[in-house]
Design a protein around this ligand. Structure first.
Ligand code: UDP
Ligand code: MG
Length: 314
């Protein structure tokens, strides 16, 4: 019989003291169940990555680790962000397969079983995809859908309604680690890794406790990062609109010269003002877009570490 795979469930935690004890016990039970059914190895572990929490999150992880050796803790030196915490967990845990899941367990952990079964069938990248979004607020749902649309228009391949709940084989994680970019947007990087992949579906639940760590500002920055690090379409758009506007102003010029010779009226103040404001608006907007890319280059060129580990509880 084939050797059962060693699973590591990676959970990023940022100020999750309210929900963590509950989530830990759910994942522990799941682990025990999967071991009992001989789907995963007995050495399988739960890895909690503390992303610079200011509350008791790390205490909870430390205590759990002391009692149960299969619970691992990775403590980052400060808050780095969700994506960075995920990578710290993935790249610093030896295992055969990895599942990443949010600490609030909004993504149904029961699906992990199906993911593992899929892995045994030969899939190496398995995306958790939400069926419905009725538990999200109207605003979150619609901004998310708009985001997927824009990304598609910009030519970035994303699995719709998939966040960071997925199973990756060791090989997929190793391949991912060869992507050296600092501007991390994992859900666009994973499809670039390739290998045999599939989706599993589930219903997304409400957060059990605590509040969302993704306020509007973080959401917008995350979306911008996704776009500027993966698509050059906005840059091409600048060229295209520049050409169109130049063409337009050429016709405007002909019309002005024609008016100068045929009528005695002075070219209107209104049209002048409109043109001035319109073009300054466009100019600033486009400079902003260029700025987005320069910001991305700036971050990549510095080549700073993506995360810094303070300590690991093995
Ligand atoms: N998270 C993190 N670092 C951060 C922000 C969030 O590790 O700076 C973790 C958080 O603890 C959770 C996951 O990322 O496990 C997703 O966050 P959350 O559930 O608040 O996002 P939402 O589901 O509202 O999009
Ligand atoms: Mg959540």
């Amino acid at each position: 019989m084939k050797k059962t795979a060693e699973l590591a469930i990676i959970v990023p935690c940022y100020n999750e003291e309210d929900v963590l004890p509950q989530s830990m016990s759910v994942l522990e039970k799941l682990r025990a169940e999967l071991i009992k059914e001989n789907l995963i190895a007995e050495t399988s572990k739960l890895v909690f990555v503390n992303d610079g929490s200011k509350d008791k999150t790390w205490d909870i992880i430390e205590k759990a680790h002391q009692k149960k050796p299969f619970i691992r803790g990775i403590c980052l030196s400060r808050n780095f962000g969700h994506q960075e915490a995920l990578l710290a967990g993935l790249y610093n845990t030896p295992a055969d397969i990895y599942v990443t899941i949010d600490a609030d367990l909004q993504d149904d952990p029961k699906v992990i079983k199906e993911m593992v079964k899929r892995y045994n069938e030969g899939y190496e990248v398995i995306y958790g995809v939400r069926n419905r979004r009725d538990t999200d607020t109207w605003f979150k749902k619609h901004t998310a859908l708009l985001f997927y649309k824009i990304m598609k228009l910009l030519g970035v391949e994303l699995v719709a309604n998939h966040a960071d709940f997925r199973l990756l084989s060791r090989r997929a994680v190793d391949t991912m680690s060869t992507f050296k970019e600092k501007n991390l947007f994992l859900r666009a990087i994973v499809p670039l890794v390739g290998y045999k992949s599939c989706n599993v579906y589930y219903d997304r639940k409400k957060r059990e406790a605590g509040v969302s760590k993704y306020p509007l500002k973080k959401m917008i920055l995350f979306a911008l990062k996704g776009i500027s690090s993966f698509s050059a379409v906005p840059l091409h758009l600048i060229t295209l609109s520049g050409a169109l506007i130049s063409l337009l102003s050429f016709f405007l010029m002909i019309w002005t010269i024609y008016g100068y010779f045929t009528t005695s009226t002075i070219v209107g103040w209104a049209s002048l003002m409109t043109a001035v404001t319109f073009f300054s608006g466009i100019t600033i907007l486009f400079m902003g877009i260029i700025g987005e890319y320069i910001a991305s280059i700036f971050i990549e060129v510095k080549n700073r570490p993506t995360y810094i580990i303070d300590k690991i509880l093995d």
